[in-house]
Design a protein around this ligand. Structure first.
Ligand code: AMP
Ligand code: ZN
Length: 481
């Protein structure tokens, strides 16, 4: 498969370390708040990647971290621990906060048809204590591995210790800024004030491996014994320690959002080199943002975040959001709006309605159309070109292939898209309320009278009530959204 590799600054052919196998680590959520759909986009992207590899016949070994310690507000070394802050404001323990939000991650993954990192559907009855079996690794369960890794880095002379913390000395890594191509001074401009927090910190780009439970952190609730005293790990070490523990000293793919390009991933890579003498990861792959309005990144702190419950409140189905996410390549920004979601819903429902027509035409069991399966694989291979897949599906529907074969083939593609196409086609038990039928009639009248503005506004009203009118050559269908 070809993918956009950040370090290669372009699309490259992925060459797995072991033929036919892919090892993959995904930077996961910090579990102190309900994920917004920007976070969720990241996991939908990597879910498609995971399923694409499976479809192409690879054996996939994948894990994802759940950050439940050490991630500071503002991503600075000396902020507040996000989990502890949230725990104290809600009057519960850090463990309770983490458990509560791990539960919401599982719910959101399940609603969005995202497989667990281990490749299974998520059963909501899954006990929090068993998430590791599903490939979700909790940072607090890997403290000994983190300490061991810091010791290796220390043994290789890449650390220094102050009264407050153990730091990674980034000057020891000659290509530390390889991700951004900036010089170290350019990179750290503006970050200088932070050096003053710890007078012993030598360079603003140096980062904490182990924070001591002193000064500001004297009362930090989560803490463990270590060779450097009681304390807790820095944020970056968890990903290095857990990925290597789970996937070995070399693995194929590491995923994350583009926010990780300037700091988190250079730091992970530095730790890998510091401990193992090698960069460990073959390909770093990043997803673009979900933005809103005037190019504003969706974020919890920005006050502009939308969660899955909002999608339902807006009258949409999770599958509409999934359609929107799958139709845009991971390397391209998504401008989220109600209009974009409407567009995705229209396209999805139009597809379902065409598949229903095919189902009515179908005669018996179908067979996979190999020519199209091959072309589907080529699209996946082409850096997950799903918009080409959607065009391919349209082409196939219009082709003279047998309806039953086209259906079976499209349902097969849905193993990657996960749009529940077959279930949606089967779900014809529509009971359309009287008021919707009346609105549809008024819309038809408006259209006949060429008042398209009114017709469109009635269509919007129908949409807001959870139904959709799908026009076709010989009339229209009313679909439940
Ligand atoms: P966090 O919990 O903040 O560490 O974020 C979890 C993941 O979501 C990271 O990989 C982020 O890069 C990603 N992420 C956060 N905000 C957005 C956004 N607006 N669009 C896309 N991905 C995002
Ligand atoms: Zn990470």
């Amino acid at each position: 498969m070809k993918l956009y590799s950040t370090l290669d600054r372009g699309v490259v052919q992925v060459k797995p370390l072991v033929k036919g196998r892919i090892s993959m680590y995904s930077c996961g959520p910090t579990v102190y708040f309900r994920m917004h759909i920007g976070n969720i986009r990241a996991y939908v992207n990597w879910d498609i990647l995971h399923k694409a590899f499976l479809y192409l016949g690879y054996d996939v070994k994948r894990v994802m971290n759940l950050t439940d310690v050490g991630h500071m507000t503002d991503d600075t070394d000396f902020g507040e621990d996000k989990i502890e802050k949230s725990a104290s404001s809600e009057g519960v323990t850090p463990r309770e906060i983490a458990n509560q939000y791990i539960r919401t991650v599982l719910e959101d993954f399940s609603r969005m048809n995202i497989l667990s990192p281990s490749g299974e559907s998520i059963d909501l009855k899954l006990e929090i204590g068993k998430v590791k079996e599903y490939g979700f690794l909790r940072a607090t369960e890997y403290i000994p591995e983190m300490i061991e890794m810091i010791q290796k880095i220390e043994g290789n002379g890449c650390t220094y210790e102050t009264e407050q913390a153990v730091y990674f000395d980034v000057s020891k890594i000659s290509d530390y800024t390889i991700f951004t191509g900036q010089s170290l001074d350019e990179k750290t401009e503006g970050a200088r004030d932070e050096v003053n927090v710890d007078p012993g910190k030598r360079h603003p780009a140096d980062f904490v491996l182990w924070m001591k439970r002193v000064g500001k952190y004297e009362n930090h609730t989560m803490h463990w014994k270590s060779p450097w005293g009681d304390g807790f790990p820095g944020w970056h070490i968890e990903c290095s320690a857990m990925s290597i523990d789970a996937l070995g000293k070399e693995f194929d793919i590491h995923t994350g959002g583009i926010d990780h390009i300037p700091i988190h991933h250079p730091n992970e890579r530095a730790q890998n080199i510091g401990a193992m003498g090698r960069s460990v990861v073959s390909y770093w792959i990043h997803n673009e943002w979900v933005v809103m309005g005037d190019d504003m990144k969706m974020s919890k702190s920005g006050g502009s975040s939308v969660v899955l419950d909002d999608i339902v409140d807006m009258g949409f189905d999770f599958l509409d959001l999934r359609y929107l996410f799958v139709s845009v390549n991971y390397h391209i920004k998504i401008n989220f709006s109600k209009k974009a979601l409407h567009g995705a819903r229209n396209s999805r429902l139009a597809l379902v309605s065409r598949l229903r027509e095919l189902k009515n035409e179908a005669d018996g069991e179908g067979e996979l159309i190999h020519e199209y399966v091959e072309r589907f694989k080529e699209c996946l291979d082409d850096s997950l070109n799903i918009s080409k897949v959607l065009a391919l599906i349209n082409e196939m529907i219009k082709s003279d292939k047998k309806a039953e074969d086209v259906l079976v083939t499209i349902y097969d593609f849905d193993k990657v898209l996960s749009l529940d196409l077959e279930a949606s086609v089967e779900d014809v038990g529509l009971d359309i309320p009287e008021e919707i039928l009346k609105l549809v009639e008024r819309r038809e009248e408006a259209r006949r009278g060429k008042d398209f503005e009114l017709a469109d506004s009635i269509r919007g009203q129908i949409g807001d009530m959870g139904y959709m009118v799908v026009d076709s050559a010989d009339g229209f269908n009313i679909e439940k959204i």
